[in-house]
Design a protein around this ligand. Structure first.
Ligand SMILES: Cc1cc2nc3c(=O)[nH]c(=O)nc-3n(C[C@H](O)[C@H](O)[C@H](O)COP(=O)(O)OP(=O)(O)OC[C@H]3O[C@@H](n4cnc5c(N)ncnc54)[C@H](O)[C@@H]3O)c2cc1C
Length: 457
């Protein structure tokens, strides 16, 4: 028997993957007895916000990930297909019918026992001490006691309570005629950082656009305030919490302090020389590699809570980023996740706590689909361990291999949750963007075939 905790996207998939392979499961879900600040029903795999499971198109990263999930027997995608509503290329579902059907499917599986109760650290310790395997799939809103325990066993620095991440761009979309590689004062690895140099006029135009851009409203639970509090009332406590948990202030709040504050802070140009002019720029936005392959770069110190369309508009005003493709936008919100490269092994087991597995968004992926995908993978690995079969890792070329590469990449960086995107797939040296993507998909499909053969499915 395996204990799965949390019947969200990852938990239902992990439980289903185990039960489909003959392993009995005890699935704990605390709702409706104990609520989370965002869920409103007692359904499993509740869609807390949008009803979209992203693109279904075969030619997109999310579509490829879905193909791989279907090949492994995804219950979420199976039920989503039965309750699909029009949404263009996106797989959108009737949330009520989807929630009911998935809850029914799990509850009626003969090998799955449902326990509607909050899973506590004591319960976890007891199961582990008795030699059981436990899979934690408690998601971004993990209950406070369990989160505090996780912080304790991972070391406080390796558990996040808030996401405060800067946008990330695809390296291939940067204008290399403008952007230059140089580490400040030429210290460090030399070309680790890329720099986007502003002249005075460009800088002030950017700041003006930044401070006037539309922001995502703060939710009361994120600031610890009453539900009916106004945005102004929430602002102060929210900024304090962000500063306390993430050590940062959103870039738009810094820019509001004075038009030159970024030029003296986040965008200071000291130690940089623009090779086009041979001089120090007025200000510079730095970009830092997000992965070993340097296919993705994050914007240094650009944590923000602008709406996504606004981020694109404003950050494309940065010299060299006119055509930047954003693979992830900046967000600042409540989110619990571990520093996967430091605390998880290649099968998502905690390196220091044998038999304790972490899956779903808690690992550092983001989104309904990515979390569900991780749940299937963990269920598959654990089932194979218990059934005496070999562990077969997804090839690097697959969408699964790409997500796993993100979770294992120990490049010094701000580890932050990631959606599946083109930049995570292994680089293909081709100038033409559509050819490059075609080749990436081709490699992913070949990798999937190879993986399925090794799995014997
Ligand atoms: C406000 C908000 C809006 C979002 N909007 C979107 C969106 O539009 N699109 C998108 O793709 N993603 C969105 N996300 C992210 C998405 O919700 C997650 O990626 C996904 O749900 C994560 O799946 P999971 O299984 O890891 O966690 P969840 O789906 O959150 O499931 C975790 C489950 O664990 C349960 N649980 C927690 N602690 C305990 C405990 N101690 N004992 C027992 N049960 C417990 C919870 O009740 C929950 O059911 C949003 C997240 C939030 C918070």
């Amino acid at each position: 028997m395996v204990v799965v905790v949390g019947a969200g996207f990852a938990g239902v998939e992990a439980a289903w993957a185990l039960a489909s392979r003959g392993v009995p499961v005890r699935l704990f879900e605390m709702r409706p007895n104990v609520p989370t600040p965002a869920h409103t029903t007692d359904y499993f795999a509740e869609l807390v916000c949008s009803n979209s499971l992203k693109s279904n198109a075969d030619t997109s990263p999310a579509g490829q990930l879905k193909n791989e999930m279907r090949a492994l027997g995804s219950v979420v995608l199976d039920i989503a297909a039965q309750h699909r509503v029009p949404g263009g290329e996106a797989l959108c579902v009737d949330r009520e019918a989807f929630g009911q059907a998935i809850t029914h499917a799990l509850s009626s599986h003969p090998l799955i026992t449902i326990e509607r109760a909050e899973f506590t650290p004591d319960a976890c310790t007891a199961f582990l001490n008795s030699g059981q395997k436990v899979i934690l799939a408690t998601g971004p809103l993990t209950s406070p006691d369990l989160a505090a325990w996780l912080a304790q066993i991972t070391g406080r620095a390796n558990l996040y309570f808030y996401d405060a991440v800067s946008p990330t761009v695809d390296a291939a979309s940067l204008n290399r005629d403008v952007v230059f590689a140089q580490s400040r004062y030429d210290k460090g690895e030399g070309d680790d950082y890329l720099n986007c140099p502003f002249d005075k006029e460009e800088y002030f135009a950017f700041v003006e656009a930044l401070v006037s851009a539309e922001r995502v409203p703060i939710r009361a639970f994120e600031a610890g305030g009453k539900r009916d509090a106004t945005q102004d009332e929430l602002e102060g406590p929210f900024l304090e919490k962000i500063k306390y948990f993430s050590g940062c202030t959103p870039i738009e709040a810094i820019a509001e302090k004075g038009p030159r504050s970024l030029a003296f802070g986040n965008f200071k140009p000291m130690g940089l020389t623009d090779p086009r002019s041979g001089r120090r720029p007025y200000a510079a936005l730095q970009l830092r590699p997000e992965n070993k392959e340097k296919t993705l770069y994050s914007l240094v110190a650009c944590q923000n809570r602008l709406k996504w369309g606004e981020q694109k508009r404003v950050f494309q005003m940065v010299p060299g980023m006119e055509k930047a493709e954003f693979v992830r936008y900046g967000v600042i919100h409540r989110n619990t996740y571990v520093e996967a490269p430091k605390v998880l092994d290649p099968i998502l087991q905690m390196t220091d706590v044998p038999n304790l597995f972490i899956t779903g968004q808690l690992t550092g992926v983001e989104g309904y689909v990515e979390s569900a995908a991780m749940g299937i993978l963990t269920g598959l690995h654990v089932a194979r361990l218990l059934n005496g079969q070999s562990i077969e890792q997804p090839p690097r070329s697959t969408a699964y291999g790409s997500l796993m590469a993100h979770l294992a990449d120990d490049t010094p960086r701000e580890f932050a949750p990631m959606n599946i995107n083109w930049g995570l797939f292994p680089e293909i040296e081709l100038k033409d963007k559509s050819l490059r993507r075609e080749q990436k998909l081709h490699a992913a499909k070949a990798g999937l075939q190879d993986w399925l053969e090794r799995l014997g499915s």
